[in-house]
Write a protein that binds this ligand. Structure first.
Ligand code: 2HG
Ligand code: ZN
Length: 456
């Protein structure tokens, strides 16, 4: 019997037939990443409901030599959860319980399959907030956000997922289950395995639950869309706001061509009376009069062409749409190649201005779209009009980022898309240390084998 068939038969006998799906139509829904760029044909999709069932999946995979790709909401953008090489998909969405909510200490435990939106709702229900948020909140899951150390729209205020993480429960590639979900926030008891698994992209094991710290809820929020004459003025404004505006929640950057695309897809009206080549979406709270505080802060910035400030929910939501609809609007042009890069603050504006020419030099008919998290130095360079396996654009864009002292992945992870360029961000001895950790925790090499680390 083929190894995958033996794996399926053994797991069906152990967990029950409904936990192991081989129907090609169902498997196909797990076989393509969100961008449509990466796809595969998984022999099966496994749907464990408990950590013990995940442990059974891993034990059976070890026994039969089957590689596993963990998957949550499948909103990843770098092929990190796509079974391109015939791996079995482990769909963790059934592990969706929020438990042990501590309304006094501000913590909760969330199963890997809990959506980010459900964590946010549970936090709100306990009088707190969750510090991480991004547009895919309704489908992206805790497991995926831990595996990629997801950043998102509130990084400037609360940092990325790793900063929220107090502990994890996971099944390692050894087959061992580790569980450290502390009820306390200060905890110096040796290796921080949660921080290690965070950003490991499923290469060491499968995260089944996370203990998350909550943050104080923001007060009433004000949101501004501010048009600038240049990228340099917008980036400088982001720095000024970080220093001067208390309660800053978000500083997001969009460009005129991206806004025009979003408008053509959504039918939204022009955001401002004046045409602006670069816009910042700024959100701040924690003030007695947030609208006045934000308007005053915006009025003090250089290079502003026009601005709109809102405090009521529907108008704020509309301003956010000019930013949040970028990902889906760009995907209507074609499957994009995504580069979620970070630049040192001093290099960000020139990079954003130059990168379309860097792309055009090797792909004249491609289109380059830039938007992102201005306060974090993180710009999302999306390139449409490329073949799925085109590597020339990645070569020049990621090299430019490395030359400027930036990082080739700010928040989406390395996945399959960028593993060949890991050397631009990590030294040979660092990659060697990562391989040693992988060999220790995934000795059979079955945990998401084709992501993050380049082929030896
Ligand atoms: C965002 O910031 C996400 O909206 C997606 O990280 C970015 O689509 C992208 O490239
Ligand atoms: Zn982002």
């Amino acid at each position: 019997m083929h190894a995958a068939d033996a794996f399926v038969a053994a797991l069906r006998a152990d967990l029950g037939p409904d936990r192991v799906v081989t129907d090609p139509e169902v498997a196909a829904t797990h076989a393509v990443d969100w961008t449509g760029r990466f796809h595969g044909v998984p022999p099966a999709v496994v749907r464990p409901r408990t950590v013990d069932e995940v442990a059974a999946v891993v034990a059976t995979a070890i026994e039969h030599g089957i590689a596993l790709v963990p998957q949550g909401g499948n909103t990843g953008l770098v092929g990190g959860a796509t079974p391109c090489d015939g791996e079995v998909v482990v769909d963790l969405r059934a592990l969706a319980a929020v438990t042990d909510v501590d309304p006094v200490g501000g913590q909760l435990t969330a199963g890997a399959g809990t959506t980010v939106a459900d964590v946010q709702a549970a936090a709100r229900g306990a009088g707190w907030a969750y510090g991480v948020d991004w547009a895919a909140r309704d489908s992206a899951t805790v497991g995926g956000s831990v595996a990629t150390d997801a950043g998102g729209l509130r990084f400037v205020r609360h940092g990325s997922t790793r900063r929220q993480l107090l502990g994890v429960e996971a099944v390692l590639g050894t087959g061992a289950t580790i569980r450290h979900l502390p009820a306390v926030e200060k905890d110096n008891t040796g290796y921080d395995l949660a921080a290690l698994l965070c950003g490991s992209e499923g290469t060491l094991g499968l995260v089944t639950a996370a203990r998350l710290r909550l943050v104080p809820p923001a007060g009433p929020l004000a949101t501004a869309l501010v048009g600038f004459a240049s990228t340099a003025a917008a980036v400088e404004a982001a720095s000024v706001l970080r220093r001067s505006l208390a309660g800053l929640e978000a500083v997001e950057l969009v460009l005129a061509d991206g806004v025009a695309l979003v408008r053509s897809v959504t039918g939204l009206p022009a955001p401002l009376a004046a045409e602006a080549p670069v816009l910042l979406l700024v959100e701040a709270g924690d003030h007695v009069d947030p609208e006045r505080r934000l308007a005053e802060a915006v009025a003090g910035l250089d290079g502003v062409l026009d601005a709109a400030v809102a405090v009521d929910g529907p108008r704020r939501a509309q301003l956010w749409r000019y930013r949040e609809e970028h990902t889906s609007a760009i995907s209507t042009v074609g499957p994009p190649h995504k580069f979620d890069v970070t630049l040192p603050a001093a290099a960000l504006a020139a990079f954003i201005d130059d990168v379309p020419d860097v792309v055009a030099a090797v792909a004249p008919s491609a289109r380059t779209w830039c938007f992102g998290h201005a306060a974090d130095g993180n710009v999302h360079v999306n390139v449409t009009g490329l073949a799925p396996d085109d590597e020339a654009v990645a070569d020049v864009v990621l090299q430019r980022v490395a030359d400027l002292g930036g990082s080739i992945s700010a928040e989406h992870g390395i996945g399959r898309a960028k593993r060949r360029w890991l050397h631009l961000a990590r030294t040979p001895s660092e990659v060697g240390a990562m391989r040693a950790i992988k060999a220790a925790l995934d000795p059979h090499g079955l945990c998401n084998p084709a992501v993050l680390l380049p082929p030896p």
